[in-house]
Design a protein around this ligand. Structure first.
Ligand SMILES: [Fe+2]
Length: 473
């Protein structure tokens, strides 16, 4: 009995000491949060080629790998793409609005390509234009007994206070973890309406001879989502497929044949950089693996592009590219530095709200910082708090076969607000012209759980004196 009383006091004392110790430790911490969660670092294996997620749809020459993306600048157009394996069949898409008897058709085209010893199926691309905003459409591809029917919903008419929800997925690949990421995105109670994909799609180039059959399995894997909502594409390093020793010296061959984007609608000259408007967002896609120095086509395009953004029409300015400009992980450390030096100043000047990237197989969110004062002689090269700067979010945690980037630079730099090496996806939920909510979801959690979340207040519409980030944890 006496022993019991003594033990209780002891426990209370130890608990008080621990609380004091933890609080002191938090107080002294310079950077943000490095999550204590440590995933076991077993590499995730690709799903076997005969997995149900890669199933070939039944029927002779049935269309497969069906996916859609935005087809114009405003959101009234859709590009439908699919592959027929045996013969060209038809490149026509039949489509009709829900509750409408009238069926329209759009005529596309097909192409094929060879990659070393691989010959592609017939890759169809068909643009549907002048759709009504905020309308559910059904569409059908294929002919004869092997037609397949899908649907999508066009975005609302562009306007400053139009709510819209984007999903963020990057570096997906086709492992069991990739499948978990996609499932978690699909079952997230906050429903993403469009995926912003930050590059590195199939990881076919990790296979001998860049086995392009793995581009096909990947296309079949994502169809269950990408046939029903647009995926907005960015090219990553795993799309380069530059293999001159195999007689393949032209970069991006499989990617550009398979994934078309509406780059001409934003007066871009290349599918690797372009912009779209969607609901209340203006989205600029950049290419980490195309020339971006001064006088290059990408540079000249962005010089003209940024002043075109009308924040009264589309308050949210979102930029994404594959390689992060701010990342405190050891893997790929400072790979984005050359692009940061050239473009960060513009992101601050034009008050970009958020910059998404992938490449680093982990999650990280930055504070609002800039590092643009340096001029070779002044020595000012430390990131500083800057309320005109974007938040940088690395979301390259889709779950590919290369595994997670677990090693982090220490101590956590002050620009890094939260970092964790776990697979997952993001949800960017625009509420109105001033408020947008971002949540990061880990695959090991329940579908509704947010491991990190933040309110992002619009850089154009919110006075710079107000705090940019109000963490909800
Ligand atoms: Fe990458």
């Amino acid at each position: 009995m006496v022993m019991g009383v003594v033990s209780w006091d002891h426990i209370v004392l130890v608990t008080l000491f621990l609380v004091f110790f933890i609080l002191s430790d938090l107080e002294l911490c310079n950077g943000g949060i490095t999550s204590s969660y440590v995933r076991n670092d077993d590499l995730s294996l690709d799903m076997p080629i005969d997995s149900d997620v890669f199933r070939i749809p039944p029927g002779y020459n049935a269309p497969q790998q069906v996916h859609i993306t935005q087809g114009d600048h405003e959101g009234k157009g859709v590009i439908v793409s699919w592959i027929t394996p045996e013969e060209p069949g038809s490149s026509t898409v039949l489509y009709w609005a829900e509750n409408s008897q009238h069926k329209s058709q759009a005529n596309g085209f097909f192409l094929t390509y060879k990659f070393f010893n691989y010959t592609s199926g017939y890759i169809h691309h068909c643009s549907i234009n002048n759709l009504e905003f905020d309308t559910k459409y059904y569409y059908e591809v294929g002919i004869g007994n092997t037609t397949r029917k899908f649907w999508f919903r066009t975005p609302p008419r562009i306007g400053p206070d139009v709510p819209y929800t984007f999903g963020l997925i990057g570096d997906l690949g086709q492992t069991h973890d990739s499948n978990r990421t996609l499932t978690h995105y699909e079952l997230n109670p906050t429903k993403g309406q469009t995926v912003l994909f930050v590059g590195d799609l199939s990881y076919a180039d990790d296979y001998p001879l860049h086995d392009n059959n793995r581009w096909d399995t990947w296309g079949r894997f994502i169809e269950r989502n990408a046939a029903y909502q647009p995926w907005i594409w960015t090219a990553g390093n795993h799309e380069i497929d530059f293999v001159p020793e195999l007689g393949e010296p032209k970069p991006f061959k499989p990617y550009t044949n398979r994934y078309h984007v509406p780059y001409k609608a934003s007066e871009s000259t290349s599918p690797f950089w372009y912009s779209i408007k969607r609901a209340s967002a203006y989205i600029i896609v950049m290419s980490s693996y195309s020339a971006f120095g001064k006088y290059t086509p990408q540079y000249k395009w962005l010089v003209k592009e940024l002043p075109k953004v009308n924040r009264t029409e589309t308050p949210w300015l979102i930029v994404f590219m594959h390689c992060p400009l701010y990342s405190s992980y050891v893997h790929h450390y400072m790979e984005g530095e050359t692009m940061r030096v050239i473009y960060e100043e513009w992101f601050v000047q034009y008050k970009v709200d958020v910059v998404f990237a992938g490449h680093v197989h982990a999650y990280e969110r930055s504070e609002r910082v800039s590092n643009i004062a340096y001029n070779i002689v002044n020595g000012l090269c430390t990131p500083i708090s800057d309320q005109s700067a974007p938040v940088y979010i690395t979301i390259g945690d889709g779950g590919n076969l290369e595994g997670l980037a677990t090693e982090m630079t220490e101590p956590q730099p002050s620009y890094s607000a939260y970092r964790e090496a776990s697979f997952g996806h993001g949800i960017l939920d625009i509420k109105n012209r001033t408020h947008m909510y971002f949540g990061w979801h880990r695959n090991q959690d329940g579908y509704a759980v947010e491991a990190d979340s933040v309110w992002l207040l619009n850089r154009y519409w919110i006075s710079s004196e107000r705090s940019s980030v109000a963490a909800l944890r």
